[in-house]
Design a protein around this ligand. Structure first.
Ligand SMILES: [Zn+2]
Length: 305
């Protein structure tokens, strides 16, 4: 058996991708360029390496992100820069396709950007879901992944894409759904739906440690708008744990593509060493379909036939 190589695409030596022509396909539905690399990027890279076709639908180009002028020299807009960053990241992750829905980035709750007519958070849920359902019918993934019900940290765009994806998962397989745009696509029902979530154990540890280091756990992140203390008490079940340590370098390289958003490091300061100790190259997922039960999965394609 050949040694595992993260660069050898199509090698099926790992036990869960059978040696046959069946194309395993996964669709990740997210909101902004960087959500993939700062979130479930390790799992996406892992499945791409193992021969699955990994696709990403990104609702916006992250137009509202804060960007230093030094990053914008070669770009006409923040959206254009961040699209380029995502394309860079998708190369490192080995994505088979990246699709932009062309909505506009919304700000955090209360921000004026939420009221922009193109703002994702201002769109009717049914319309966004109908478009996601069309991507599902086109790409025909067995597995769909998106944000958890609070969008990781209550970002309105993340929550919007969570809701739209849950609805789209149903619509795609519903013969009575006539589609949006290209109406010729036949119904297609993916088999599994997962929500990526953040380890609560990690959050709770951070909440305890941050005050000791002079940091406020209610004001985390680059913009100080993430309340880890509040997030830590919203617990979600973990139904699948994906160990992506073999492709950790790819995830790191993809994260570095998003230099305008701080790359891999979110203003950790003295936390850098602690963060390194606590990051375990594992992604955590809740499973929505089929309903969870029993043992914790180690593979999102488990049981896919
Ligand atoms: Zn985001």
């Amino acid at each position: 058996m050949p040694a595992y190589s993260p660069h050898l695409r199509g090698y099926y030596g790992e036990r869960f991708i059978p040696v046959e022509n069946r194309k395993f396909t996964i669709l990740s539905v997210l909101a902004h360029p960087d959500d993939e690399s700062f979130g479930m990027g390790g799992s996406l890279a892992l499945y791409a390496t193992r021969g699955a076709a990994v696709h990403l639908v990104c609702a916006t180009r992250g137009e509202v992100g804060e960007v230093g002028p030094e990053y914008l020299q070669d770009y006409a807009s923040i959206g254009e820069l961040r699209e380029a960053e995502l394309r860079c990241a998708s190369g490192h992750l080995g994505l088979a396709g990246v699709y932009f829905m062309d909505y506009r980035d919304s700000g955090m709750p209360g921000s004026l950007d939420n009221q922009h007519p193109q703002a994702l958070a201002a769109q009717p849920l049914e319309q966004v879901a109908a478009r996601v359902a069309q991507y599902i019918r086109k790409i025909r993934p067995q597995v769909v992944v998106t944000f958890d019900p609070i969008g990781g940290y209550h970002h309105p765009d993340h929550v919007a894409m969570h809701k739209a994806t849950v609805l789209a998962f149903e619509l795609a397989g519903d013969p009575s759904f006539s589609g949006d745009g290209d109406k010729t696509l036949p119904p297609y029902q993916p088999q599994k739906l997962y929500f990526h979530t953040i380890s609560r154990r990690w959050m709770r540890t951070m909440v305890r440690l941050m005050p000791l280091m002079g940091k406020n756990p209610n004001k985390w992140g680059r913009n100080g708008d993430i309340d880890i203390a509040a997030l830590a008490i919203e617990d979600f079940p973990i139904d699948a744990e994906i160990d992506y340590h073999r492709v950790a370098e790819q995830k790191k390289a993809a994260s570095a593509c998003h230099a305008s958003q701080g790359g891999m490091m979110l203003d950790l300061g003295v936390f850098r060493w602690l963060f390194k100790l606590m990051v375990t190259d594992t992604d955590y997922f809740m499973r929505a379909v089929p309903p969870p039960g029993g043992r914790k999965e180690k593979d999102l394609f488990e049981g896919v036939g």
